[in-house]
Design a protein around this ligand. Structure first.
Ligand code: SAH
Length: 360
């Protein structure tokens, strides 16, 4: 349709009587203090802030118009103001109970979130960006390019969405969905704060995963959080690492590990290193030995992730024997190690399989 033939949709009554402009913060993701300040700025009693907080975080309200405990006149004045929730675009359930969601954001962008249930836990894998600019060779998200950062509101929304769908409290969050969290540090910190204080999930149950961005690990550490930092190392040396992670060329492994050491010093917490196992690429006993030497004396934990296949590249997942052998070498070298078999494989919801262009 050409611009001239498009008739603008105008609500004549709104045109004649424009409503006073209301400065509305993004309500979802806002703290009790921020919400209280906002209701007071609107001429309402301070206790309405607590009500608003409860409606947003416990009752799952989507529009201010639906808050029945607010005075009718104020609700009418406010009109249908969304608080920042996404809408479900697609939902896919894997046989292990893992559910992948594609969520539609207010500007039409789609983002992915995964809910991973076990008997005692409900973990949400949240995205921090639409797409990802890091372009790691083995990761589906990077193949689709980068669109934009997510806001604090959009990150917190993912947690509430999974919580409501499972009708169960979320216990753990991993920032391991689409995107590179440390490239969106302000919104990630805001979201961590809200998830901890407003939704009520303990900081120790929150994990932020990064491929490593120069100076940002230090910056993250300086926030005095008890959140776990997981660093996607994936290789025991610079040559191999830059082969599979393009950003490693400008941020060498020595610099990355030096910053991780600072992280341990500043926070007093150990660092987790993620290491994807790619058959014949980085999964040989000599790689395990080299990795152990690098991490000697480092307060760390290695999380091995057997590669989850994606269609664009022909990496293979190592055979179980190879994986076990890698573990054995690390253990012999007194490196704390665990193997993480991703869940949700057949829903394309496992680590590295999230992508926007697979939207059904
Ligand atoms: N940008 C962050 C979060 C990414 S996803 C980071 O790089 O850490 C979380 C983890 O899944 C990362 O360790 C990532 O390297 C890993 N991953 C990516 N693609 C994968 C694949 N195909 N199979 C298994 N793990 C993968």
């Amino acid at each position: 349709m050409s611009a001239s033939s498009a008739s603008p949709i105008v609500n004549s009554s709104t045109q004649e009587q424009p409503l006073p402009e209301i400065a509305i913060p993004p309500l979802l993701g806002a703290s009790l203090d921020e919400l209280t300040a906002w209701v007071v700025s609107q001429g309402q009693a301070a206790y309405r802030g607590k009500q608003l907080h409860d409606w947003i975080y416990n009752k799952g309200v989507r529009s201010l118009a639906d808050i029945s405990s607010f005075p009718k006149q104020w609700r009418t004045e406010l009109g249908d103001i969304p608080i920042g929730r996404s809408t479900e675009h697609y939902r896919s359930v894997a046989s292990d109970g893992t559910i992948k969601y594609l969520l539609r954001l207010s500007d039409g962008q789609i983002v992915e979130t995964v809910g991973i249930p076990t008997e005692n836990r409900l973990t949400v894998c949240v995205s921090t960006q639409v797409g990802c600019p890091m372009a790691c060779d083995f990761c589906a998200t990077g193949k689709g390019g980068f669109k934009r950062n997510l806001t604090r509101t959009e990150i917190v929304d993912q947690v509430l969405t999974v919580q409501e769908d499972f009708q169960r409290r979320v216990s753990n969050i991993v920032f391991m969905g689409m995107g590179e969290p440390l490239l969106n540090l302000d919104h990630v910190l805001g979201a961590l704060h809200s998830i901890n204080k407003d939704i009520g999930i303990g900081q120790r149950n929150l994990t932020v995963s990064t491929v490593g961005i120069r100076n940002r690990i230090r910056q993250f550490a300086q926030n005095n959080l008890q959140v776990t930092l997981a660093v996607s190392l994936h290789a025991p040396n610079q040559k191999l690492r830059e082969q599979i992670i393009p950003s490693a060329r400008s941020y060498p492994i020595e610099d990355l590990l030096a910053e991780c050491r600072e992280y341990v010093e500043i926070t007093g917490r150990r660092a987790t290193f993620e290491y994807i196992l790619l058959a014949g690429v980085n999964d040989l006993p000599e790689h395990a030995l080299e990795l152990s030497r690098r991490l000697r004396g480092f307060q760390s934990h290695v999380n091995l992730i057997p590669y989850n296949p994606i269609s664009e590249v022909d990496y293979q997942r190592p055979k179980p024997e190879r994986i076990n052998n890698f573990v054995k070498v690390l253990k012999q070298q007194h490196i704390a190690v665990s193997v993480r078999y991703s869940r949700g494989l057949e829903a394309d919801a496992a680590c590295g399989q999230l992508r926007v262009n697979k939207i059904k």
